[in-house]
Write a protein that binds this ligand. Structure first.
Ligand code: HEM
Length: 425
């Protein structure tokens, strides 16, 4: 399909074969995010990875992420930081269980996954469960994610840019300035402590690279900002859908629980080395990515020159959108695509890490999400913990309302998902 928006031409790709050609063979540059003009306006964010074309700076940051930050060894070394956060989640859920209070699953998932990420990165909590906790940073990250996925008329009608019609540029700038100042402060304090204290987190890795003149301090902070912005909300987003699917279908919930009982038992906590043994849980998470992936499109690409794919020419300057939602709901690709069925993943090797073009929630090719080594264990650990340690009773005993609504460029649950945890006897 080809759509002309005045001077901007957009093509939407909806087949795994063509998506593979775009992401692997042609490896088109990002054209910014869906709202490139919001981000272009932000000098503060000018060399963040997600808005960078494939220039030298992007290549350097990408290499650093791959070789130094998100290596299996480095991520494994931070497991203790994530386990601590699981314990905090357990304490919070136990409190709710003892008092019979319902848990707002969205908030609980956001606090847990954000703190797991922030502790992996900088050994600090960015949010708290209690209503008295300071939620300023969490709220700012949520706001930035919301702005980044809000459709901006100025992306398609560039002359509107100077009017900032929805106030997106102004609001985005305020979020970035706040987050950048917060991270600068963390980096500054750590530099002072460094003299007598080494940490086990990824900031330490970045500061070691700074010592070796691989990164300036400014680059360290901006790389952190990019990781916080890109990773901050995305894990909790899919966690909410996973929990909604589990609460909606007691049979699937029971099967996940049985697998956990057989593999882990009730006496100990789930640890990351359990994950490869939890094949049904893994299938359930993959199926949620297939069925409920919140963002229909990957980051927009741009043809820098005319590109030939499968006999078609994509003219220079065209924006290319890969519609992963239509691929994952295509009956030619997936039998019974409108049925939620984790079983379908038990008998094949389809994975979500960028090798199977039927399922690419993290993208693929050189611009595949670098956060997968953190997102993968975090998702499994949190869900396994929620299911293995507690039974769940929905607030009004009714299956959750799974209606979603299009909120800009992502799809969210209409009603908050609330349930009471009941501690295992
Ligand atoms: C469930 C969780 C996550 C999902 C579904 C997700 C998804 C994505 C997607 C679709 C892209 C664009 C890839 C493309 O269009 O080909 C991306 C890029 C990115 N993600 Fe993630 N992500 C997740 C978690 C994370 C985490 C935890 C981090 C950081 C620790 C992170 C950091 C990034 C960065 C920095 C980019 C930009 C890469 C570039 O510019 O080349 N993501 N992610």
């Amino acid at each position: 399909m080809r759509v002309d928006y005045g001077t901007r031409r957009t093509i939407v790709i909806s087949s795994p074969e063509l998506a593979k050609e775009i992401m692997m063979k042609h490896d088109l540059e990002f054209s910014g995010r869906f709202t490139p003009f919001v981000l272009e306006a932000l000098n503060q964010h000018e060399f963040a990875m997600a808005v960078l074309p494939m220039g030298d700076k992007w290549r350097q940051l990408r290499r650093i992420c791959k070789e130094h930050i998100f290596t299996p060894q480095k991520v494994q070394a931070t497991e203790g930081l994530r386990q601590d956060k699981l314990r905090q989640l357990r304490d919070y859920l136990e409190e709710c269980s003892n008092s019979g209070t319902s848990v707002d699953i969205d908030k609980a998932m956001m606090v847990t996954s954000l703190n797991m990420l922030s502790n992996t990165l900088v050994s600090m909590d960015f949010a708290g469960y209690s209503s008295a906790a300071n939620q300023e940073i969490r709220d700012t990250i949520e706001q930035a994610a919301h702005i980044g996925t809000t459709a901006n008329p100025a992306d398609y009608l560039p002359f509107l840019r100077m009017f900032d019609p929805k106030g997106l540029q102004r609001r985005a700038r305020a979020c970035y300035v706040k987050l950048l100042a917060y991270l600068e402060d963390i980096v500054g304090k750590r530099m002072k402590q460094q003299l007598n204290h080494q940490s086990n987190d990824l900031l330490q890795v970045l500061l070691d690279l700074h010592q070796q003149n691989e990164l300036t301090l400014e680059e360290v902070t901006r790389l952190l900002l990019d990781l916080v912005l890109d990773g901050g909300e995305s894990i909790s987003f899919i966690l909410l859908w996973i929990m909604a699917e589990l609460l909606r279908d007691p049979k699937i919930m029971a099967r996940v629980k049985n697998e956990l009982r057989e593999t882990v038992g009730e006496e100990r906590e789930v640890v990351e080395s359990d994950i490869p043994k939890l094949s049904y849980l893994n299938a359930m998470i993959k199926e949620t990515f297939r069925f409920r992936n919140g963002a229909p499109f990957l980051v927009a690409r741009k043809a820098e020159a005319d590109v030939e794919i499968s006999g078609y020419t994509i003219p220079k300057g065209t924006s290319v959108l890969i519609n992963i939602k239509s691929i994952t709901r295509d009956p030619k690709v997936w039998p019974n695509p409108d049925t939620f069925d984790p079983e379908r993943f038990l008998h094949n090797n389809i994975d979500y890490r960028g090798q199977s073009f039927e399922l690419t929630p993290f993208g693929s090719g050189r611009r595949v999400c670098p956060g997968i080594p953190i997102a993968h264990p975090t998702l499994h650990l949190i869900v396994a913990h929620m299911v293995n340690s507690f039974d769940w009773k929905l607030m009004d005993e009714m299956p959750p309302n799974m209606d979603d609504h299009d909120c800009g460029l992502v799809i969210r649950l209409v009603n908050p998902l609330k349930a009471i945890p009941i501690k295992n006897k």
